[in-house]
Ligand binder design. Sequence first.
Ligand SMILES: C[S@@+](CC[C@H](N)C(=O)[O-])C[C@H]1O[C@@H](n2cnc3c(N)ncnc32)[C@H](O)[C@@H]1O
Length: 379
Amino acid sequence: MIAKTFAGLEDVLAEELRNIGCENIKPLRRAVEFHGDNIAMYKANYWCRTALRILKPVKLFNAVNEEELYKGVSEIEWWTLMDIEDTFAIDSVVNSSYFNHSKFVALKTKDAIADCFRKKFDKRPSVDTENPSVRINIRVFNDEVTVSLDSSGTSLHRRGYRIETGLAPINEVLAAGMILLSDWKRDCHFVDPMCGSGTILMEAALIANKIPPGFYRQSFGFEKWKDFDAEAWEKIKDDAIAGQQEFEHKIIGSDISGKMISISRNNIRNARMHKDIDLQASNITDYIPPAGKGIMITNPPYGERMKVEDVKSLYKKIGDTLKKNYAGYDAWIISSDLEAHKFVGLRPSRKIKVFNGPLECRFLKFSIYEGSKKFRNNA
Ligand SMILES: C[S@@+](CC[C@H](N)C(=O)[O-])C[C@H]1O[C@@H](n2cnc3c(N)ncnc32)[C@H](O)[C@@H]1O
């Protein structure tokens, strides 16, 4: 199978797949290949925080023109995968000199599937692009065609806990990936002092309590498949509930905007996480995190929406605040402004390239010690 993710999170996802018992794991570009049965596929959908979709290939073939593409898709016994009463949709990704348009590939695939049913039953399932019972993925790379069933349905970043968003919410898969990259061991407080709508806090709370990222989702694609094993699926969910754990430390969010705090509060209440996460409206410069060891992960406003002078001054303020208030903390900042970290005035001990959608970002670690100002100041 193929688990899709964002660039930069492939190794984290490979580790997640390993942890749920998948085999032959091979990180690719923006994806990880793995072997497993349907149970592994259910678990990958439910448990992998950094997966966007889990695809189950049904056929690989070669095609250099429309006829070969049509023939290859027609040869699949589609009636074993869906019924006439089902609806279907096709996602296509094309990177090939033989085929120029992904929409054309999707259209040919749809025709081949419809004709396949018509020939056998004189009837065909309908297309529903919004809410299909079976989502089909076709990928063409040069002359290699892979036809897969999308076992996730809607993208797995749609966790189902969010009822409101702010202006620039970070993607849930990226937020979870950042927390896993930080190697937080659930052994100290977790703080996001620019929390916006609360995505990083929510993902931290899920990790802290060992709650699967799919816990709040209404449905997954595989639940509508002909071979769906409801009993095995119920067991996976029951095991997850039995495995939940209390978190001994605090998860705290603050933001300068009272409106964002109210949005965060609504999302957190909706997910019944209000006992785990404390919130307060505050400027990052005024907020004092709990003393002792801790981790801070934050996503400051994006550089491209701000003037250079404002970026400089904000990052300088963040740096000064870290030195003043965050002794004992590992502080992680994600920024799409690749130069902004220079204004923090601390030397990052790690720099990781990640992507927020199409935006290239740096995820930077600053280890704050007593006296960081004196001997680690790089400004
Ligand atoms: C990119 S958004 C964070 C988005 C958040 N990760 C989410 O998923 O919704 C940046 C946030 O920083 C907040 N902010 C800007 N300046 C701040 C300051 N000086 N102190 C605290 N928060 C600030 C903004 O109100 C905004 O909510």
